[in-house]
Write a protein that binds this ligand. Structure first.
Ligand SMILES: [Zn+2]
Ligand SMILES: [Zn+2]
Length: 356
């Protein structure tokens, strides 16, 4: 496709990095303000200085490591067996009715491990990637590809948050929050001294802003972090929290929930030593998820020309479209996006087989 050539495409690509550069600039400045202005110039007590510097460096290291992992994790593409071969695509395009299209998809997907359906009970199909969407996968219009267990597209990390980096994203929020809380708590007394006029020199303005900026980010991150904690223990992605996943038996917002501790382990893994490190340890393969017993069973046996009770309606909305609206933003209104929009993308050679 031609739009990947030309300067415009590069401009868009560069602009997408601006939020990341913004965050890194703030972190770099906070490092200077804390280490140089607060610890070096303002604090006299050596024990206090050492103590502050030690914890500060542990937190900033963990924060930047988690952030790096969230930004640079490559989201693995949907396995090849979900891709619809050209022959089937041709049949789909030639099909005269929605019902025929639906049956072609059902027949193709009968051996695939999918339990999710569209709102109308049909196979979830991505027209642009030309594949059957695995459970919990959605198409990201920003990334232009289907993302496994898509949570949302986060501009602050210039990446989709999905199965492969959700744990990193959680740790990024957690360490970001701890980092801001630590700075707020330890700079409070100097903030008070500033107002009492007990500090002098230009450096005192760095301390003033350090306190304010850390407090502001701490407040924003608190709600976002605890919201995602809630989602983890309920085993829902942000998308599923907005629209409950559909199973053959109907909608079930808790369809993937296995109990709080199991839900936690599904994201953070079963090895407690790795829970707090941004090293991949989520359970599963991102394609197949344990579901509640009522949704289990062999996926979709093809009912030859039998069922006509569910049709595609007007047929225009043949591929399911979930959310296209921008919702749920915290660090900046209207900036997080997700969608089931589609774009033409060449299939990726992903051969990871489903073993579960
Ligand atoms: Zn797609
Ligand atoms: Zn995305």
């Amino acid at each position: 496709m031609g739009k990947q050539n030309g300067s415009c495409w590069w401009c868009v690509k560069a602009v997408k990095w601006l939020p990341v550069i913004f965050i890194l600039t703030i972190v770099a400045w906070s490092y200077y303000a804390y280490v140089v202005q607060l610890c070096y110039y303002t604090i006299d007590n050596y024990v206090q200085k050492a103590f502050y510097l030690l914890f500060f460096h542990i937190l900033i290291l963990m924060f930047l490591w988690s952030y790096w992992q969230t930004v640079y994790t490559n989201l693995m593409p949907v396995p090849d067996k979900f891709k619809i071969p050209d022959v089937e695509m041709e049949k789909l395009q030639q099909a005269e009715t929605e019902e025929t299209q639906r049956q072609i998809l059902e027949r193709f997907a009968q051996d695939l491990p999918v339990t999710n359906r569209t709102i109308k009970g049909a196979m979830r199909f991505c027209e642009k990637c030309q594949l059957i969407k695995p459970d919990r996968a959605h198409h990201c219009s920003v990334c232009g590809t289907c993302v496994l267990k898509m949570d949302h597209h986060c501009p602050w990390v210039n990446n989709c948050v999905g199965f492969h980096n959700y744990k990193f994203f959680m740790l990024f929020l957690a360490y970001g929050l701890l980092y801001c809380m630590f700075i707020t708590a330890t700079s409070l007394q100097y903030f008070i001294q500033f107002w009492k006029g007990e500090l002098d020199g230009m450096g005192r303005f760095h301390l003033l802003f350090l306190f304010f900026v850390a407090l502001m980010f701490a407040v924003s991150l608190t709600s976002l972090f605890f919201y995602h904690c809630y989602l983890v223990v309920r085993n829902r992605s942000t998308l599923e929290a907005f629209r409950a996943p559909m199973f053959r038996t109907g909608k079930d917002k808790d369809g993937f929930s296995l109990g709080k501790y199991n839900n936690f382990q599904e994201v953070f893994g079963d090895n407690p030593r790795l829970w707090f490190l941004p090293i991949f340890s989520s359970l599963g393969n991102g394609v197949v998820y344990p579901v509640r017993s009522q949704h289990q069973g062999t996926p979709n046996t093809y009912d030859s020309m039998g069922s006509t009770q569910n049709s595609f309606g007007d047929g225009v909305n043949f591929p399911e479209r979930l959310c296209n609206e921008d919702t749920h933003t915290l660090l900046g209104p209207g900036t997080q996006q997700w969608g089931d929009e589609t774009e033409f993308d060449s299939p990726s050679p992903y051969t990871n087989q489903v073993h579960h």
